[in-house]
Design a protein around this ligand. Structure first.
Ligand SMILES: Nc1ncnc2c1ncn2[C@@H]1O[C@H](COP(=O)(O)OP(=O)(O)O)[C@@H](O)[C@H]1O
Ligand SMILES: [Mg+2]
Length: 255
């Protein structure tokens, strides 16, 4: 489904601040599964997702999505196949536009359109249906500007916008990290419902071991540009995962 081959990436090349994040990195992601990626701060999780999504170009290597090499496509082209939700609740939406306008924009992804004729009335029932699924009452706020929504409401909206066109791949980068624990739980549950309902292949970066186990099918731990753990979520407990994670973080201080 997604095959990452011999990926390499450094930042600040040929300066004294050069850092190598990945060197000949390989990874395969299975179709219709949710794969969680965890790992210490700064180990390259977001960089990996950014290279898949196309906001950062890899230095070398291939990114094959459904047998197509997308590695050299621009981010806007990749967005036809790939949906994204970011950590920052203002990133996946346009705060000064209404819910209806935001959903219309998401609906037109990959098409040419004019902003004046953004909203198609016949699509509104579809948006209402998607919003109702969230159970947050957003279907009654179609004309509310998104800047007036809470972080949890925005992230939930971002999620259905990213999933609306049934992307081949959904990338979630700590999309609940900015939310309070209760809201984070609600958004994670909605995430799971949505990706199961539409069978969306998902890569989810998480800082939360429990979420990683509970909401994914497979867990990958990254450290120093390598996969240091790769297990079915059923095969590992939160405690085991915490211990391995702690050891990896501790090793960083020793080495
Ligand atoms: N655009 C960039 N320019 C320079 N360094 C970067 C850039 N993006 C990320 N980095 C560095 O790359 C490393 C990995 O970052 P990142 O992928 O954001 O880590 P993670 O998401 O695992 O916390 C960090 O040391 C970070 O400072
Ligand atoms: Mg990150």
């Amino acid at each position: 489904m997604l095959k990452i081959m011999n990926l390499s990436k450094s930042f600040n090349k040929e300066t004294e601040n050069e850092i190598n994040i990945f060197n000949n990195f390989n990874l395969e992601i299975e179709k219709n599964k949710c794969t969680a990626i965890i790992g210490p701060n700064g180990c390259g999780k977001s960089t990996l997702l950014n290279m898949i999504g196309g906001s950062i170009m890899a230095d070398e290597g291939k990114i094959i999505l459904n047998k197509k090499d997308i590695g050299s496509l621009r981010e806007e082209k990749r967005a036809i196949y790939i949906g994204r939700v970011y950590q920052d609740p203002s990133m996946g939406v346009s705060p000064s536009l209404t819910i209806l306008e935001n959903m219309s924009l998401a609906d037109k992804k990959g098409e040419k359109f004019s902003l004046r004729r953004l909203v198609k009335k016949d699509r509104i029932p579809k948006y209402v249906e998607l919003l109702k699924d969230l159970d947050l009452g957003l279907e009654n706020k179609l004309n509310t500007k998104v800047k007036y929504l809470s972080g949890g409401q925005r992230q939930s909206l971002s999620l259905i916008m990213a999933a609306m066109k049934h992307p081949d791949l959904l990338l979630l980068d700590e999309h609940t990290a900015a939310l309070d624990p209760k809201t984070s739980h609600v958004v994670m549950r909605k995430t799971k419902e949505l990706i199961e309902k539409y069978k969306i292949t998902t890569i989810m970066i998480s800082h939360n071991m429990r979420d990683a186990i509970e909401y994914s099918d497979r867990i990958i731990m990254l450290d120093k540009g390598q996969v240091v753990l790769d297990k079915h979520s059923m095969e590992i407990s939160e405690l085991e995962l915490m211990n391995i994670y702690r050891d990896k973080v501790a090793e960083r201080f020793v080495s």
